[in-house]
Every structure is written in structure tokens, then in C-alpha cells.
Design a protein around this ligand. Structure first.
Ligand code: F6P
Length: 547
């Protein structure tokens, strides 16, 4: 594999785009009755339908050629072998080890981590169960009814998404709340209505230095100390971090501190002790089922030929549109209300991982990388931004997600939900031609003048690609599979672009500037002379408006 081979494969893909570009997706089904079934891949009840893409067999062959030129299989094997894939931070990316039920040793940096992983998980799950059963109580002996996770980024988005997704599995567990933003409104609004005597705070931070989390943690601590007394702090806080020394300084009891390891990236940490709030919310067995789902997908990704491999197919389809068609956005629309936070979670997973402009070797990357990832659940999105998806000037490929059956919702509702989902993907693909519009308007008895006036507005260009992911039901194991599916999809794209998806240097500059600015913002008399003029102007304006 060389850069030259990758660039040659990409050039061939771009040339192929010119060949295939004039063919409408709808027409690809004509004379190919097997297309709809052929362009489906399945992993044990999780089906990816990718028939509504601008792809032919030749396109898929080009994409697989590109994957081989980029040595995707070699890179995947290196990832699973715990090589230091995260080369700029000098560490492995082995979150898969946290959900590995193979019983084999999990070798990382020369040591078998399995015993430590299992011991930490057992300790965390035992605590979660104790909170759920009432064995762990507040300082006044009251049962814990509310758990507040204080964290941000990967220490918030994954757990918040999963708690919501798996709410039918909560049973009698405590309610889970999430505080992430340094905006004081977040913690104030969350604590409103909570009884601190019955509340447990979990401080979740890989580094235990993140400004937002530490600020919120100190505010929560102050509230507990003020309302329940300093001695109560020990009973109302737990923590999850890789920096156990910093946690100790905060004053959290050692038996309520749960660790993990630096080879677990923040946005991949839901599988670790960072999942404590999820474990409290859904209980030990459901949490383990979630991990098992992740392991299912790891085995699928590691062992399935590329052409049948779900994350590989999804990653390559994304490459096709990003690099050959120059589409810069990608929507993820779950027809599943409980996946309401899935797109927000994916934004960090995808954009913090692949939003890079240099290769693993520090050279400028030769291709466009991460598209903008966004989405909202269907059907709500249909009444908001779908207009743009159907008739806007930019094409946005879509991932639709839908369960074959609802966990607990009314079947009539669910059938309507599924019908909406399938109708939208069909509408995006088919579109509606000028001739079809004119025939419809004519059938409605409109005059030729009115038809000519209205027809352009009612034409749908169509040819807008989408995948549909169909799963049996949104249970813990399925959610584990879906999350790991997208993790590996992101990895596949990083492998093609030859970037390191496991670092996030791009978040540093803003953090550094903020530490410098915070004292000047706080002190209204501080001199602004040394600041960037544009920033000084903003501070002056703010001071004026503060009154
Ligand atoms: O936004 C940068 C980041 O480092 C993320 O990668 C991470 O998930 C988040 O901040 C929170 O970090 P921590 O868990 O260390 O508080």
C-alpha cells in the first residue's frame, strides 16, 4: 500500500463517477430485479439496505479496490492487535477490549488486561446494583432516586444517548440526569426539583481536569455541603476517571471511584466505567447485554469479508459521496424516538475522530475528510428540514434507522412510523418529474397557465441516496451493535484517509485561549491592551451590555 496506490484508486473512482453519474438510482432497479435483495448486508438480524445508492457493481468494486489500496484490512488488524494506532498520543485504541467476551487474553502493551478489565467492571456493576437495590443510600439513610452524571463530550454524550435509548429497560432504577454545560443554567435547572438527600452525583471525566466538569462538580459539591453538611459529601458522590490521584484530591471515597485506562478514547468510553450511570439506569444484566452487542459487531468487523461487512460498506459509501461527489454533509435520521440523542452522540464520534486535515504522518491530507454529521428523529424531521433534503440545492446522503418492532409502543403507531421511514427513502430516490407533476395537476383540473406556474415548485429532483438500517428492536444488545457499527464505520473512513481518528488536538486551542481570557472576562477592570483587537472589542461590548 502506498499513497500513490490510494490516489490512483481514488482517481479511478472519480473517473467512474463520471461514467455512472448520468444514471438515476431509480433506473438502476430496472432490469435488475435482484438489486433490492443483493444490496443488503445482514449481521444476525441487523440489516443494512444500501440499494438506494448511486452504486453499481462496478462502483462497489472500485470502493473495495480503494479499501485494499489503503490497506484497510491491515489497519483493522493493527487496531485489534493493540498496536499504538493512536500514534500522536503514543497509545493503543483498545475500547474493544472492554466488551471482549472471548475469554482470550487482552494483550495491551505487553500485559494481559483481561483480569483488570473484568475486576473494574465487576466493581462498577456491583456499585450500580447496590444503588438500584437501595443497599447504597444517601447520608440520611434515604434511598437514591436520582443520579446526576456530571461530564461532557464522551463522558456525557454516549451515556446520555444510551440511557434514553434503553429507558424501557430501567425497571425500578433511579432516574438519570445529565449535566454537561459550564453554563450554570444546566446544573441549576437539573437540580431544581431534585431532593439532594436522595441524589447521587457521578463525576465522569477521563482526565479529571476538564473545566466544565470540574466547575459543575465543585458547584454540586458546594450545594451538597451547604444543604446536607460537609460530611454528607462522601455519601452523595462517586467518580469515574483514569486519573485516580486527582479524584482522591476531590475527596471522593476510594470505594466509589471507578477507573479505566488511557487506551480508551473519551468518545469510545461508554463501554468502560464511564457507563456507570447507564448501568445504574438499566442494571447489570442489561449493561452486559449492551457490551455483548459491541462484541458481536467487533467480531463481524474483524472476520467478515469486506463486501459483506456492515461498517466497511457504510464507511465506503460515505467515502464515495465525500470524495467522488464532494457532498459535505451526512444526515442520520432514526425513526426511533428513543434514539433522539443518537445524532448528537455521533457528531462527536465522527467529527472529533475524523475532522482532521493532516495524515497520520503529519502530511496534508489529499482528500476531503469528515462530513458534517447531523440529524433528528423521524418523523419530526419531516416537518422541519426534510424540505431541504428533497428540494434543496445540496445533496445530503441519509442513514435511516428503524426497528422492525416496537418494544412497548402501540403497534398502530409503529406501523405508521415504519411506513413514514420507508416512504421518505423512496421519495428521496424517486423524486417526481416535471411530466409526473403536470399529469397530476392536469388530473386535478388545473388550467394550463396554473400548471405551468406551479409545476416547477412541485418537481422533486430525486436521486438522493440513503441507506436504511433495520434492526429487530431497540434492546441493549442491539444498541451495542449499532454503537460499535458506527465506531468501526468511522475507523474505516479514517483508514482510507490515512488519518489518526483517536486524537483530538483540534479542541486544544480554544481551551487554552479560554484559560487566558477567563480572568479578563471576570475582572471588569482588567486591561484589554494585550488581547486580539477583535476579542477585546467583544469584551468591551459585553461590559457595556452588562450595565
Ligand atoms: O472535547 C475534548 C474532550 O477531550 C473529548 O475528547 C472528551 O470526550 C471530553 O473532552 C471530555 O473529557 P474528559 O472525560 O477528560 O472530561
Amino acid at each position: 500500500m502506498t499513497d500513490t496506490q490510494v490516489l490512483a484508486a481514488l482517481a479511478a473512482l472519480e473517473a467512474h463517477r463520471v461514467d455512472v453519474g448520468h444514471r438515476r438510482i431509480r433506473d438502476l432497479f430496472v432490469g435488475d430485479p435482484g438489486r433490492a435483495n443483493r444490496l443488503q448486508a445482514e449481521m444476525d438480524g441487523l440489516v443494512l439496505d444500501y440499494s438506494k445508492h448511486r452504486v453499481t457493481d462496478a462502483t462497489l468494486a472500485h470502493l473495495l479496490g480503494l479499501a485494499r489500496a489503503a490497506d484497510l484490512e491491515g489497519k483493522r488488524d493493527a487496531l485489534f492487535s493493540a498496536a499504538h494506532y493512536n500514534n500522536t498520543e503514543g497509545r493503543a485504541a483498545m475500547h474493544m477490549g472492554l466488551r471482549d467476551f472471548s475469554g482470550e487474553p487482552i494483550m495491551i502493551d505487553g500485559a494481559d488486561m483481561r483480569p483488570a478489565i473484568e475486576a473494574e467492571r465487576d466493581k462498577m456493576l456491583a456499585f450500580a446494583q447496590a444503588v438500584r437495590t437501595g443497599a447504597v443510600r444517601g447520608s440520611t439513610g434515604e434511598r437514591i432516586t436520582d443520579v446526576v452524571n456530571i461530564g461532557i463530550g464522551g463522558s456525557d454524550l454516549g451515556p446520555a444517548m444510551a440511557v434514553r435509548a434503553l429507558s424501557p429497560f430501567a425497571g425500578e432504577g433511579p432516574r438519570a440526569h445529565f449535566v454537561s454545560n459550564v453554563d450554570g443554567a444546566d446544573i441549576a435547572d437539573t437540580l431544581k426539583g431534585l431532593d439532594l438527600k436522595r441524589t447521587l452525583f457521578i463525576i465522569s471525566s477521563k482526565t479529571f481536569t476538564t473545566q466544565e466538569t470540574m466547575t459543575n462538580a465543585q458547584s454540586a459539591r458546594a450545594r451538597v455541603a451547604a444543604e446536607l453538611g460537609e460530611a454528607a459529601v462522601a455519601d452523595h458522590f462517586a467518580a469515574v476517571s483514569t486519573k485516580l490521584d486527582l479524584v482522591a484530591k476531590f475527596g471522593i471515597r476510594a470505594d466509589r471511584v471507578f477507573g479505566f485506562w488511557d487506551w480508551v478514547g473519551g468518545r469510545y468510553s461508554l463501554w468502560s466505567s464511564i457507563g456507570l450511570v447507564l448501568a445504574v439506569a438499566i442494571g447489570r444484566d442489561h449493561f452486559l447485554a449492551f457490551l455483548r452487542g459491541g462484541h458481536d459487531m467487533d467480531r463481524h468487523f474483524a472476520q467478515t469479508p469486506l463486501q459483506d461487512n456492515l461498517p466497511v460498506l457504510m464507511g465506503l459509501l460515505g467515502i464515495w459521496y465525500r470524495n467522488a461527489w464532494d457532498y459535505s454533509a451526512h444526515a442520520v435520521i432514526a425513526y426511533d424516538q428513543r434514539l433522539a440523542r443518537f445524532a448528537a452522540y455521533l457528531q462527536q464520534l465522527d467529527m472529533e475522530s475524523n475532522g482532521k486535515c493532516v495524515t497520520r504522518d503529519g502530511e496534508p491530507v489529499q482528500m476531503a475528510t469528515a462530513p458534517v454529521i447531523w440529524g433528528e428523529p423521524g418523523t419530526n424531521g419531516q416537518h422541519a428540514f426534510f424540505q431541504m433534503l428533497h428540494q434543496g440545492t445540496s445533496v445530503v446522503p441519509v442513514d435511516f434507522m428503524v426497528a422492525a418492532r416496537a418494544i412497548d409502543a402501540d403497534a398502530h403507531h409503529h406501523d405508521l412510523l415504519v411506513a413514514n421511514c420507508f416512504a421518505q427513502s423512496e421519495a428521496l430516490m424517486r423524486g417526481r418529474t416535471r411530466e409526473e407533476v403536470e399529469a397530476l395537476l392536469s388530473a386535478q383540473g388545473l388550467s394550463d397557465f396554473e400548471i405551468a406556474r406551479l409545476a416547477p415548485h412541485k418537481v422533486f429532483p430525486g436521486d438522493r441516496p440513503s441507506s436504511t438500517l433495520i434492526y429487530q428492536q431497540l434492546d441493549p444488545r442491539t444498541l451495542g451493535r449499532l454503537v460499535a457499527l458506527y465506531e468501526h464505520k468511522v475507523f474505516v473512513q479514517a483508514a482510507i484517509w490515512n488519518i489518526n481518528p483517536f486524537d483530538q488536538w483540534g479542541v486544544e486551542l480554544g481551551k487554552e485561549l479560554c484559560s487566558g481570557l477567563a480572568p479578563v472576562v471576570r475582572d471588569r477592570a482588567a486591561s484589554l491592551a494585550a488581547l486580539e483587537p477583535a476579542t477585546a472589542a467583544l469584551i468591551e461590548t459585553r461590559r457595556r451590555l452588562q450595565g
